[in-house]
Design a binder for this molecule. Sequence first.
Ligand code: ADP
Ligand code: MG
Length: 254
Amino acid sequence: VAKPDPLLVVDGLRRSFGGLLAVHVEHLEIQRGAITALIGPNGAGKSTLFNVISGFDKPTEGRWSFAGKPVTGMAAHRIARGGLVRTFQLTRTLSRMTVLDNMRLAAPDQRGERLPFALLPPLWLAGERAITARADELLDRFRLSHLRDEYAGTLSGGQRKLLEMARALLTDPVMVLLDEPMSGVNPALAESLLEHLTGLRDEGMTVCFVEHDMDVVMGVSDWVVCMADGAVVAEGPPHTVAQNPAVIDAYLGA
Ligand code: ADP
Ligand code: MG
């Protein structure tokens, strides 16, 4: 379905694992400034699609563009620098580092990246301070400030999810891909996570998230894309997708 202002456009994307065609998306557009929910039964190809789009995996075939620029085949860090950032279904926080250091790790290395920074220590020091300030701001926003100097390994599963999300936001991305951000998060934290999603959208960020709970999807998303067996089988506003026979089939058949 064509969108008025697509930020991410995917064409003819395929990813096979041996004989298994895990993803085959003919055409998909993600609207800028909206919350898009990606639903579909286990094994539908949602994580694989995120992996490919974000540069963590290579497609077998196909191309995609972000903000009007082709990004096909680019490494994940280049795609992230372009403003498209993702989180993982299984969090990637480093347990033997503090929460703050986990945050700071998400920032691009100021020293190595650009020559002027390397030559002018005061400049990168200022950069480091700015990163710490931004990290603290996000930790505060996700109510993790009190854990700032704790090892990430001491966090609950839900807190790790929040840390993962805070980390993704450190570089002020244009769009975030969130793979099951709510799974394993207790109801109170999940509620605040949902508020963060709408808050980010209201600030102009584009959000695409994988979620299984249809009540959550109905409540928060502007648009829903349903995958089954690697393909997009339906998309539309939440209420229409919930009643779409292809969507009902996908879940009953699983
Ligand atoms: P979802 O996130 O929708 O649950 P996935 O993208 O994780 O689905 O998986 C889609 C299909 O691809 C599944 O059948 C899964 O077993 C397979 N798959 C995913 N990653 C790999 C891999 N690295 N090697 C082999 N098969 C994989
Ligand atoms: Mg998955």
